[in-house]
Design a protein around this ligand. Structure first.
Ligand code: FAD
Length: 571
């Protein structure tokens, strides 16, 4: 049967992805006068965006002696000088405007004498995180409350349940997207003068993760196929401690963070040692130290470390709880018999945020005409590592800048391309696995699990070695070469989750290969890229790794860093 398009839509600016970066890009492009369409894989603002899971961290430099320059300097120091410095400065200057808009649109912050009350997170020169009126409130739910209203007010067309599968290209430029409507199982093309890719990160590829399992790097895969350059892909953020026990709370991070940092919890190994304190002098990042302790077997029977508050007088804990108000998770803990005056919680590091991504300039433009990228899918803002509470503001600012830029690209272009490129090969490739019962067919879900095994064995915090990564690359290439044999057993097109996962997995293969090749190439340890065979940082590696497609090959090379604002070691 010949595949056909159910719809061929048109707009001026297309935004793919509807988290904080995508929605902010859509709002700003519409403010600048563009006709905007935003699409998301799930229902808009009720999908698996990482943004809706974010805790209260939101770094913004507001009052002297703090400034966007000091904020940029902190960001670059933590990024170990691998950041795109011009981009960082553009973003830290934009962030105060983002906060001002959130406030105007109805987020509630604690203020004293008209000023935001700000708290300090590790790595900040000055306290920089505005306190929400109700501490402990997950800020992600607040972003989700205020941002969708603003796109509706500006007449942005928001289409949910559209899984982007391939970027459309004509004469070397991106002119829109081909997407699957996952409810009805039909294909839709959307043409645009400028496209902003805001599909978030790829940490959902890992089997056990703090983020949404739907965030598997499809945008990365599509951009790679379209010729976009990538940078810093080997770096990612593994959160120091997410709950692993009790199981009801597995993966939770927000209230745990609150307790650890605000109440001052201590982390012990199974021998009762406060090991992190004495191991800090090793210079290794905390999640690596935690993972080493677990690997050495000095952990709980569930493979976790113990977060305890027993060193605090009972009334200190009670007063703190009273100050943050009664929260749902507190009752849940009581229900399952955990009393934190006495009992420890069990935690372990878990994947959280991808740091590298599409190489963009300070206006969010990629190297491919017509295509911009904003948010966790982009690389350059964070360098090798990130400050707690920095991703959301950096990505929101990036959405803001890229949205304005996309509107101006659209204006310059004058008209939306009225003809589609030939989409038949893409449609045929997308439906090929459906009901494929040919001899030697490989279930696509099995492939996905294999990729997850490779990630777990060789691309977690520990386990990165020359031999391991070489074998990972080999296995991933073999998987890629068999993609035509993939099989989706369920043949129905409507609500076919197996098919959705198979389409995700096609791009996962590309992302895993980029990750493995970059981790193999960088023969040093920096940020949370920890090479067991090269455990120290090296000045020879003060450079970025750039990956791009060269025909059927994946090309990887080094690029020098421009120290336009601050040099390594400068104060
Ligand atoms: C548990 C947790 C807590 C965090 N806490 C904080 C914090 O306190 N402070 C902080 O600064 N950062 C925090 N972060 C990080 C931060 O939340 C993310 O980095 C940030 O929200 C990413 O925003 P984004 O808009 O780029 O991507 P996302 O919010 O992930 O949005 C991606 C969008 O793209 C869509 N999409 C994906 N693939 C497709 C496709 N194929 N077709 C169509 N649409 C697609 C998704 O449906 C979604 O709408 C946290 C992350 C996690 C996981």
């Amino acid at each position: 049967m010949k595949e056909v398009l159910a719809a061929n839509l048109e707009c001026e600016v297309l935004v793919i992805g509807a988290g904080v970066a995508g929605l902010t890009a859509a709002i700003q492009a519409a403010e600048a006068g563009a006709r905007v369409t935003v699409i998301a894989k799930g229902p808009v603002a009720r999908d698996g965006a990482a943004s809706w899971m974010a805790g209260p961290g939101f770094q913004v430099a507001l009052y002297e002696p703090d400034s966007p320059e000091v904020h940029a300097r902190d960001t670059i120091k933590v990024g170990q000088y691998l950041n795109n410095q011009a981009l960082v400065l553009a973003l830290t200057n934009e962030i105060p405007r983002c906060l001002e808009r959130l406030d105007r649109w109805g987020m509630h912050y604690l203020k004293s004498e008209g000023k935001y009350v700000q708290i300090r997170l590790p790595g900040e020169t000055y306290p920089r995180v505005p306190r929400l009126l109700r501490p402990g409130l997950a800020a992600g739910l607040e972003y989700r409350r205020v941002l969708p209203r603003q796109i509706r007010r500006r007449g942005v067309r928001a289409l949910g349940n559209l899984q982007a599968i391939e970027l459309l290209k004509r004469d070397g430029a991106v002119i829109g997207v081909l997407a699957l409507n996952t409810v009805d199982g039909v294909f839709v093309a959307i043409r645009a003068r400028a496209t902003v890719l805001a599909t978030g990160g790829f940490m959902g590829m890992y089997r056990y993760t703090t983020t949404s399992p739907t965030l598997t790097g499809e945008g990365h895969g599509m951009a790679y196929q379209a010729g976009v350059q990538f940078r810093d892909i080997e770096f990612a953020d593994f959160y120091t401690g997410s709950v692993i026990w009790p199981p009801l709370y597995a993966g939770e991070v927000d209230w745990l963070t609150l307790l650890r940092y605000e109440l001052g919890g201590k982390v012990y190994n199974s021998r009762g040692e406060d090991f992190a304190r004495y191991k800090k002098s090793s210079g290794l990042a905390l999640p690596v130290i935690f993972e080493q302790e677990i690997k050495a077997g000095r952990c709980s029977p569930h493979g976790g470390l113990y977060l305890s508050f027993k060193h605090l007088p009972e009334n200190v804990i009670d007063d703190y709880f009273e100050s943050i108000g009664r929260q749902r998770w507190m009752r849940n803990l009581e229900d399952i018999g955990i009393d934190i005056h006495r009992d420890a919680l069990e935690l372990a590091p878990a994947p959280m945020e991808s740091i590298g991504g599409c190489r963009v300039d300070e206006r969010g433009r990629t190297n491919v005409p017509g295509l911009l990228a904003a948010g966790e899918i982009s690389g350059g803002a964070e360098g090798a590592f990130t400050l707690a509470g920095n991703p959301v503001p950096l990505y929101m600012a990036m959405g803001s800048i890229a949205g304005q830029e996309a509107a101006s690209v659209a204006r310059e272009m004058g008209a939306t391309p009225d003809e589609l490129p030939d989409v038949r090969p893409a449609l045929e490739a997308a439906v090929r696995p459906l009901g494929n019962d040919s001899k030697g067919a490989i279930p696509a879900l099995q492939v996905k699990r294999e990729l997850q095994h490779i990630l777990r064995a060789h691309l977690r915090l520990l386990g990165r070695t020359q031999a391991g990564l070489e074998s990972a690359v080999q296995k991933i290439v073999a998987i890629r070469e068999n993609v035509e044999r993939w099989q989706v057993k369920t043949t129905a097109r409507r609500h076919n989750n197996e098919w959705m996962e198979a389409l995700e997995a096609r791009h996962m293969v590309t992302v895993c290969e980029m990750l493995a090749r970059a981790a193999l190439a960088r023969t040093e340890s920096r940020g949370l890229h920890f090479r067991e065979d090269y455990p120290a940082p090296s000045n020879d590696w003060l450079c970025n790794l750039i990956i791009e497609r060269d025909g059927d090959e994946m090309k990887i090379g080094k690029a020098p860093i421009s120290y336009s604002f601050i040099r390594p070691g400068e104060r």
